[in-house]
Ligand binder design. Structure first.
Ligand code: HEM
Length: 187
């Protein structure tokens, strides 16, 4: 939400996509997700810039190997800096920019690992992506958002293993016109 609020054109594009594919006669649901590619791109771009696990938990080399020219003996503890990979200028165009559309071309490889990798990869990736998608789609479809009179959103990173914001996000939301009608019709 912080990235969308600081990029209102992306928020509008995500809302336009939902309005065009779902409309305003019903609430978005899980079966709509496949028809919301831009929203999926917003999720991926948010996980790229703000990975929930910026440092993938420790893995251990099972055998001697060479990675990027470095000899890694068996038994070495390996920590992968996902945050740095996600902002590597050799891998991404304008790496610090919030550009969800970079993920629209699904044929282009995207060197991201927000859910880790290998046998210990997050077993809840599918669940998490569905929940995040549906939650974000609902927030964007149903509510108007703003940071409140004259307030700017502080995007600074706080300290911690899961990349909290330095200043917790506080937003004001109001129901969109269609939602009032939809809710009163259902009561
Ligand atoms: C956006 C949401 C989430 C992200 C980004 C995320 C990310 C990760 C990452 C990076 C790992 C380490 C993988 C590795 O070592 O290579 C992990 C492990 C794990 N995650 Fe998630 N996770 C998320 C949500 C969840 C949820 C909702 C659950 C449970 C319902 C969950 C359960 C687990 C478990 C049990 C492991 C340990 C797997 C193992 O060591 O074998 N995660 N997750």
């Amino acid at each position: 939400m912080a990235l969308l609020l600081t990029h209102p054109e992306a928020l509008q594009r995500a809302r336009d996509e939902i309005d065009a594919n779902v409309g305003t006669g019903r609430l978005v649901d899980e079966s709509d997700m496949a028809n919301l590619p831009y929203l999926q791109c917003v999720l991926k771009e948010s996980l790229r810039l703000c990975p929930v696990g910026p440092l993938i938990p420790a893995h251990e080399a099972m055998e001697d190997c060479t990675v990027g020219g470095f000899r890694v003996p068996r038994g070495t503890m390996i920590l992968v800096n996902s945050w740095a990979i996600n902002r590597d200028a050799d891998l991404w165009d304008s790496p610090t920019e919030f550009m969800p559309e970079r993920f629209l071309d699904t044929a282009k490889p995207t060197p991201m690992m927000p859910f880790g990798f290998g046998r210990r990869r997050c077993p809840a990736e599918g669940l998490a992506m569905r929940l995040l998608g549906l939650t974000l789609a609902t927030l964007v479809q149903c509510l108007e958002w703003d940071a409140g009179e004259g307030r700017a959103i502080d995007m600074a990173e706080g300290a911690g293993l899961s990349m909290p914001m330095a200043t917790p996000l506080a937003l004001v939301c109001r129901p969109r016109e269609f939602l009032k009608g939809l809710l009163s019709a259902s009561t």
